[in-house]
Each structure stands twice: as C-alpha cells, then as structure tokens.
Design a protein around this ligand. Sequence first.
Ligand code: UTP
Length: 228
Amino acid sequence: MKVVVSVGGSVLAPDLDSDRVAAYADAIHSLDAQGHTLGTVVGGGPTARDYIESARELGANEIELDQLGIAVTRLNGRLLIAALDDRAAPTPAESYDEGREAIRRGDIPVLGGIVAAQTTDAVAAAFAEYVGADLLVYATSVPGVYDADPNDEEEATRFDELGASELVDVIADIEMDAGSSAPVDLLAAKIIQRSGIRTVVLDGTDPERVVRAVEDDDFDGTEILPEA
Ligand code: UTP
C-alpha cells in the first residue's frame, strides 16, 4: 500500500528527545519492511511557534513568520532523516516533485512545509494526492476529529467516521470559533474531499498506533471516508 504519514511537530518533537524520534523511525522502518511505499510529512510543533512568536514581536510580517515556520519543519524533518538513516532521502524535500522523485527512486521522502500560508496538514493531503496514496494518516496530538476543540470544551465528542464533505463542514465550524484548533485544517480537508483519499486521524503519541492503523486497519481515531 502507498501511505503518506503526517506527523505533527507536537508529536514528533515537543522537545528534542531523541528516543521519541527514534521510535517514530522504527515505526516507519517496520512499515517499509512490510513492503509499503511511504512518504512522510513533519510539522513544526512548539519550536516553530516559539520562533514565530519571537519574530512577530520583532515586527516580522506573516509571510516572514511562515518562512520561519517552514524552516523549523525542515529542521524537524532532518531529525527524522537522521533516525531513518539510509532509507530516507538525504534532505527534506522542498517541493512535491522532489518528494515524488524520492519515492520513485525507492527512498522515503521527508517533507516539511512547502509554501507560505499553509500548514503541513495541507502539505500532507496535497502530497498524498500527488503520489496517488491509498491511505493518509495524520498522527496528531488528539485522538481524532471532534465536533469542537476537545482542549477547550469538555463536552466535545469524537467522530468515529466522517464523509469527506462532513469533514469540511466540521472543520469550517471549528475554525470559525476564534482560538479553537482542529487536528486537520480546512485546506487539508478540502484536498481530502476532492482527492477521495481514505484518511485516518489518530493520536500519534505512540508511533505503534500508526503501524497498527496501516498494517491491521486497527485504530482508535476518526476515519474519513471518500465520497463517490
Ligand atoms: P505546522 O503545519 O507544523 O503547524 O507548520 P502546526 O499545525 O501549528 O503544528 P504541529 O501540528 O504542532 O506541527 C508550522 C508553521 O510553518 C508555516 C506556518 O507558519 C505554520 O504555522 N508553514 C508550514 C507554512 O507556511 N507552509 C507550510 O507548507 C507549512
């Protein structure tokens, strides 16, 4: 199966604990050893937010802040590349083409951010669409898609399954709520909708959950079902 795995920066590198990155690389290696074709996308996490906050205070504009964010996603990408060793493409792919070429060579590409004004959620969806992935897995810090931000609202309930159009509606509602954050952003949801890629959103704190989701279709999270 061809799988794109998106690992949130808050999941891969909430700090610089090398054991956590090594555990992620082990999970990717084991899927690779099972014969899956893999692409990975890595987020910026708290380090990106710290840089962005500081630069905002220094008067940087939003595009400059995004460029900082992209640089941090690629730094996190280099950590994963170090752990994946010779199975990974040697540098983070800076374009979708570079990522696809790495897959064609038989390497595992690691992408970070690509262009300003996006997130790695959208990068993962676009890359999955570009390479014709069978499955897109979002390993995030929350166990799925909820009807509200579970960090803000105790009553938030999780969807076990959502149609892609329902996902778009749910995310649009959450994003309308100032300060709320959704595990997958609206652009990503729209790309998932048009591409019809089967998508799973799960808590990726334990990378073994990604392996079980891919290998055994066994996960505790939200499944986004393609629409005809
Ligand atoms: P992330 O996609 O990692 O943000 O990009 P996030 O969802 O807040 O973080 P995670 O899930 O915890 O990792 C970090 C920042 O990098 C810039 C944006 O400023 C974003 O907020 N970025 C990222 C881009 O501008 N373009 C991209 O394609 C990706």
